[in-house]
Design a protein around this ligand. Structure first.
Ligand SMILES: CC(C)=CCC[C@@H](C)[C@H]1CC[C@H]2C3=C(CC[C@]12C)[C@@]1(C)CC[C@H](O)C[C@@H]1CC3
Ligand code: SAM
Length: 374
């Protein structure tokens, strides 16, 4: 058995032990409370194994090398929190004045589909598809067929459960795989998109090279990339602290600079037609607003629940409840470590957003040339 097959088998087995067989019918709090105790403790340990506060080369190399297991463990322990706090699309978006949170999320997804030129009947790959929120929206919006690729078994099971629930099984499929080593045949997809996922890669050239391979000649790749911006200075300790908070709290081995991303696309053969930071604008309502706790930004009454759960006070409330439940044995051991890490994420993301050192929506649109050879 190859190393990759063995890892896949182990991860699938572990997911079954951690989450049980009944995946889908429970979400958020009830899913979180029904985890297998010892497996949850192990998952948290695996995720935080290389996060010891160090940012030297050796520490970074260890995180880059362990990217697959570490990210797999990260999503094993945060997925229920994400669904409870944010919904089933795991990304940020811009907000128009008066626009509801979920409408903005859907619009952000439609915009990427539009920039990728996705048409009815296209075969599309969603790289790092989460629990399938964007794939459901984009398949309904365009009439295309989407295969979602993900290395997290729990999220795949959830994505499949949702597509059955919403009768989208004819248009959607979700498969297990590492985006650094894809199993698809070369030249398979008409379009490829990735939303806030490829930042988990140990090398952007690695993941973009795989996307280039599976895209048909003339096909388009569109991505919302997480990158550090032109203003970021790796040698500035305050900047590095913000990047580290984003890395540890979001399960990212290393946050790359925007130039690294752009160069990586070109190096693997793409022709880049759009390179635009959608966060670099004068929006009245900033993309990171739900994590700030600033009530002035809330746009509609329907957003109050989401805003409470995502705001500073809402997060403190959740952390306190989780800590209490862990102490009395209702919540599995290690749960507080997860809410602490998510808190670091929120702090780093808001700080990075306010200072424009970081963007979660660097939009790249890139084409595989028509005359590309394999
Ligand atoms: C990790 C990557 C590449 C993308 C995910 C982006 C966002 C969806 C998440 C980033 C930080 C997350 C937090 C939460 C939800 C999902 C994020 C915004 C919570 C609000 C979930 C509820 C917890 O109690 C607090 C979390 C803070 C961080
Ligand atoms: C922040 S979530 C975004 C999910 C989805 N794009 C969305 O917007 O809802 C990042 C996703 O990338 C997936 N991922 C991370 N590393 C991966 C890898 N090496 N191979 C495949 N998927 C990966 C995670 O499991 C997760 O589903």
């Amino acid at each position: 058995m190859s190393d990759a097959t063995e890892l896949r088998r182990r991860q699938a087995e572990f997911s079954k032990e951690l989450h049980g067989d009944d995946i889908g019918s429970k979400t958020g709090v009830s899913a979180f409370l029904s985890k297998n105790r010892s497996a949850q403790k192990e998952a948290v340990t695996k995720y935080l194994k290389h996060w010891d506060g160090k940012v030297d080369k050796d520490a970074e190399d260890r995180r880059l090398e362990d990217y697959n297991e570490s990210t797999h463990s990260y999503y094993n322990v945060v997925t229920d929190f994400y669904e409870y706090g944010w919904g089933s699309s795991f990304h940020f978006s811009r907000y128009y004045k008066g626009e509801n949170f979920f409408a903005a999320m859907a619009r952000h997804e439609h915009y990427l589909a539009y920039k990728a030129g996705i048409q009815k009947g296209d075969l599309v790959l969603d790289v790092g598809c989460g629990v399938g929120g964007p794939a459901r929206e984009i398949s309904r919006f365009t009439g295309c067929n989407i295969i979602g690729l993900n290395n997290n078994d729990y999220q795949i099971a959830k994505a499949k459960w949702y597509s059955k629930k919403y009768h989208l099984e004819d248009q959607l499929d979700f498969v297990k795989g590492d985006f650094m080593n894809m199993d698809f045949e070369p030249n398979t997809f008409d379009k490829v998109y990735a939303i806030e996922a490829t930042c988990h890669a140990p090398s952007l050239e690695g993941v973009y090279g795989q996307i280039y391979k599976v895209l048909k000649p003339g096909g388009t790749f569109a991505v919302y990339e997480w990158v550090m911006t032109e203003r970021y200075d790796e040698s500035n300790p305050k900047h590095r602290k913000i990047a580290y908070e984003i890395e540890i709290g979001d399960g990212i081995p290393k946050m790359f600079h925007v130039d690294v991303a752009k160069q990586a696309l070109t190096n693997v053969g793409f022709e880049v037609s759009v390179a635009q930071d959608l966060a670099d604008n004068d929006d009245e309502v900033p993309w990171y607003y739900p994590l700030t706790g600033e009530w002035k930004y809330v746009q509609t009454l329907t957003d109050l629940g989401t805003f409470f759960r995502t705001s500073f006070f809402g997060r403190k409330f959740t952390s306190a409840m989780v800590s209490l439940m862990e102490k009395v044995g209702i919540a599995p051991e290690g749960s507080s470590k997860v809410t602490n890490a998510l808190e670091e994420a929120a702090i780093g993301l808001v700080a990075g957003g306010r200072e424009k050192l970081f963007t979660p929506m660097m939009l790249f649109v890139a084409k595989k040339p028509l005359d590309a050879s394999d």
